[in-house]
Write a protein that binds this ligand. Structure first.
Ligand SMILES: [Zn+2]
Ligand SMILES: [Zn+2]
Length: 98
């Protein structure tokens, strides 16, 4: 039921989704990452490390900036970015403006 993303396009969100619930935003402080959804704590991920999961969604925020993200980050963005448009990528790339 899910559409295979175009190959070679990966999520470029510069912070990881929670490894436990997969959809939580991770807040970093004092060397510890805390998931804002499930509360799981883990040592901080390196800053600037990209998510790297296959991109499955495009997010367009209210300023018109767009980005390609994975399932987990699409779910995070849905919660986090009020007013953002989140579109599932189609395999023919018609919705991807590269
Ligand atoms: Zn979590
Ligand atoms: Zn991601």
């Amino acid at each position: 039921m899910s559409v295979e993303p175009p190959s070679g396009i990966t999520c470029a969100v510069p912070w990881p989704a929670c490894a436990n619930c997969r959809v939580g935003l991770v807040s970093s402080s004092g060397g510890t990452d805390t998931c804002l959804r499930c509360g799981r704590q883990s040592p901080s991920a390196p800053r600037g490390a990209l998510c790297g999961q296959p991109a499955t969604h495009m997010i367009i925020d209210r300023q018109g900036d767009s980005g390609l993200v994975c399932d987990a980050h699409a779910a995070v963005a849905e919660t986090l970015l009020q007013g953002a448009q989140i579109r599932k990528l189609s395999i023919d790339r018609k919705e991807i403006d590269l």
